[in-house]
Design a protein around this ligand. Sequence first.
Ligand code: ADE
Length: 279
Amino acid sequence: MSTDKVKIGIIGGSGLSNPEILKNGYEVSVDTPYGKPSDALICGEIEGVACVLLSRHGRGHKINPTNVNYRANLWALHQVGCTHLLVTTACGSLQPDMHPADIVVIDQFIDRTQKRQQTFFDGEPTSPPGICHLPMAEPFCPRTRKILYNCAKELSISCHEKGTMLTIEGPRFSSRAESKLWNSWGAHCINMTTVPEVILAKELGLCYAALALVTDYDSWKDDEEAVNVENVMKTFQTNAANATAVILRAIPQIVKEDWAATIEENKKFVKMNTLLPHS
Ligand code: ADE
């Protein structure tokens, strides 16, 4: 596949949406049937590949995880032609073998959110027709995940090949009792944004993969300081460069591969699982 068929969206989490990684960057303000995204899209090139940057919480971190308009963010990136989404997210560790500064190329999620729209197929006249019951056995794009993991390894970054992200509603962190429960469930890490972002990306047929950057031990671990904003931001800022390095290395590798069949399959999958109105 030639580079002009692949366009890579990058959604930066808390502290990672640095527009300087793009060449020839320019801003595009878009509107969608679901409202406005968190910020203007910043379009440009990385290693000669068309890329689009979006700050999940808006530049200056103005939008809390519940109020992020995930549908508008994902629709906007799809509307400008993105085929792939590489996202970063800060997260807490829920297991003893995951440590602050590690990266997890998550492959599963557990949904503990309560107040979010999880589908574009909402019956509104401006939405796609039908009801989509999207299978979620494999939420993330395995091909894109593999490239991210290999790039992290090549860079000698401490990286886990897979992991289950538990997404809470927030904005508060978990109580100690909750955190111990998530740990007993076998979830590996915890954040506030993977759901519904990955679900909506799948509804649009996008190849979506996430680099979860561990910033803290949440509050299950009795011998560690419980999560707070200071330890999250400090660890994230110190280690965000690792996530950026993985993304910069992955982009040329993604473009080298042929994605036509995968993108076609993704679209077919959504179609197959959408019930259209009939009389
Ligand atoms: N983001 C970073 N650390 C987190 C935690 N412990 N819980 C939820 N979201 C987080």
